[in-house]
Design a protein around this ligand. Structure first.
Ligand code: AMP
Ligand code: MG
Length: 470
């Protein structure tokens, strides 16, 4: 039986100004690295048995029946600077299955490639595969990884590197920048069609542009709060990397923090720290203001719309704070809500900054403070622990169970990701498969032989910078 995908390609039915038809460019010697069979089953994909055939399809060398490959148009504010001419420069949507986009990333040039080669190298492909699947396992809204294939071709960055293609799935790839591109072109018909499509696909309860904006704001407020709760730094929160669906998209220079500091930045290109960990709740509000602006051309009464949209955007910081508390309370064992909780959590984070504490492990080890003698620095944490234990005495549920289901035992740490990539470049995929296995159930206690995955980097292992996937 050969591969069958039940395509229904709704994006291809939208006005042609929204995309360019574009087939992937075949590659020389595709070889399957990984295939996500569980995700494939969710997408209704059948007959995915032959690794060579999967490699052909998910490298873009053979198009499966029913595919309608296209590259999507978008624009963006990149680091605050307006760029009207972007689009899928190295990605091609081959179609949708069970409502999910199937997109090949690194599959060759498109009309939006500009100077780029349309390709990706193995490192960022494996990075995205591991981190996006970890996010899914941790319950954080995200695009997912269906397949990774080596192309058998080199790509040239500052040196030749092994090429690869990632197949990404998403509840859609509509970005803030998709709306911006059409608004900037004064393509009102296209903009209207996109809005109606985005509403039907993501927020069918939204009756008008304002309600759509409010739904996106709510979804993004929740997403950013989830990132903050797990120590995730996206790294390039440009408006093209901000999905209408509220899923995490574009795992370029993203990273998880080891030791906690709110101003942590890893991305080599983020020289001003615009997208530092602690700036994410502000930047998302700025991005939503750009979405609001892009929706304005659809409003008959601009002045009234500006007032309504401004109110919606101004309501966002409070929403982020509500979702932040919602996701942080269980991290310190709280189910009930009291007014001093935000301050209690912030005080813990301040102590962590002062003591250079590991973000993930500090939270994961909090239950020890309840059951055993303290392992935390009593000089820094002593008073906090006293206040916290008083607060815990008001809780009905077992705080240890609450904490253990909120705090992962393991995250994809930068040094482990880099070591995994270095091994893969040497054709050793064991670290990739080991990481995938350990990260698949992040809240479960680690098996004794896997404890090393929870260790912060040693000084010489520390990764100081991460790079875009280009
Ligand atoms: P990103 O930093 O991944 O959000 O990408 C920003 C823009 O650059 C997007 O429009 C990409 O499609 C484009 N781009 C990134 N890498 C390449 C490449 N190797 N070839 C062509 N276009 C690229
Ligand atoms: Mg992008």
């Amino acid at each position: 039986m050969s591969l069958s995908i039940p395509f229904d390609n709704s994006y291809a039915r939208l006005p042609s100004s929204l995309f360019s038809e574009q087939a992937p460019t075949p590659v020389r010697a595709p070889k399957l690295i990984a295939f996500n069979a569980a995700l494939a089953a969710d997408l209704g994909i059948a007959g995915a048995e032959d690794a060579d055939h999967l490699a052909q399809v998910f490298s873009g060398s053979i198009l499966p029946d029913g595919a309608q490959p296209l590259a999507q148009l978008y624009a963006a504010h990149q680091f605050g600077h307006w760029n009207p001419n972007l689009g899928d420069g190295r990605a091609i949507l081959i179609g949708e299955s069970n409502g999910y986009d199937i997109q090949l990333k690194g599959s060759g040039r498109t009309p939006y490639s500009r100077q780029g080669d349309g390709r990706a190298w193995l490192g960022p492909v494996l990075r995205e595969y591991v981190i996006s699947e970890f996010m899914f396992a941790a319950g954080i809204p995200t695009t997912r990884a269906l397949a990774a294939v080596q192309t058998g071709e080199d790509v040239y960055r500052d040196k030749p590197l092994p090429g690869a293609v990632l197949t990404r799935t998403a509840s859609s790839h509509i970005r803030v920048g998709t709306f911006q591109a059409l608004a900037a072109r004064q393509d009102i018909q296209g903009l209207q069609a996109l809005l109606q499509y985005a509403i039907e696909r993501h927020y069918p309860m939204a009756a008008n542009p304002l309600e759509f904006l409010q739904e996106v704001i709510a979804a993004q407020a929740n997403l950013i709060a989830r990132w903050m709760s797990i120590g995730f730094i996206h790294g390039v929160m440009n408006t093209d990397n901000c999905a209408i669906s509220g899923e995490t998209i574009d795992y370029g220079p993203c990273a998880f923090m080891d030791n906690y500091h709110p101003m942590t930045v890893f991305s080599s290109i983020d020289r001003q720290g615009r997208y530092a960990f602690g700036n994410q709740p502000d930047i998302i509000v700025w991005n939503m203001a750009q979405l609001a602006t892009a929706l304005l051309p659809l409003m008959p009464d601009t002045q009234a719309a500006v007032a309504e949209f401004t109110d919606a955007v101004h309501a966002m910081p409070a929403l982020v704070q509500t979702r932040w508390l919602h996701h942080f309370r269980p991290k310190i064992g709280l189910r009930s809500e009291q007014s001093e909780d935000a301050e209690l959590i912030k005080n813990l984070l301040d102590h962590m900054t002062q003591s250079n504490s590991d973000f993930t492990n500090t939270f994961r080890e909090l239950p020890n403070e309840v059951t055993e003698t303290s392992s935390m620095d009593s000089h820094l944490f002593g008073d906090w622990i006293k206040a916290w234990k008083t607060r815990l005495s008001y809780e009905k549920d077992d705080p240890i169970a609450v904490m253990n289901s909120a705090n992962p035992a393991v995250i994809p740490r930068n040094h482990q990701i880099e070591a995994m990539i270095a091994a893969a470049v040497d054709n050793n995929y064991a670290p990739f498969h080991d990481l995938m296995r350990v990260l698949s159930a992040p809240h479960s206690p680690l098996a004794p032989q896997d404890i090393g995955y929870s260790y912060p980097p040693k000084e010489k292992e520390r990764v100081l910078q991460t790079f875009c996937g280009t």
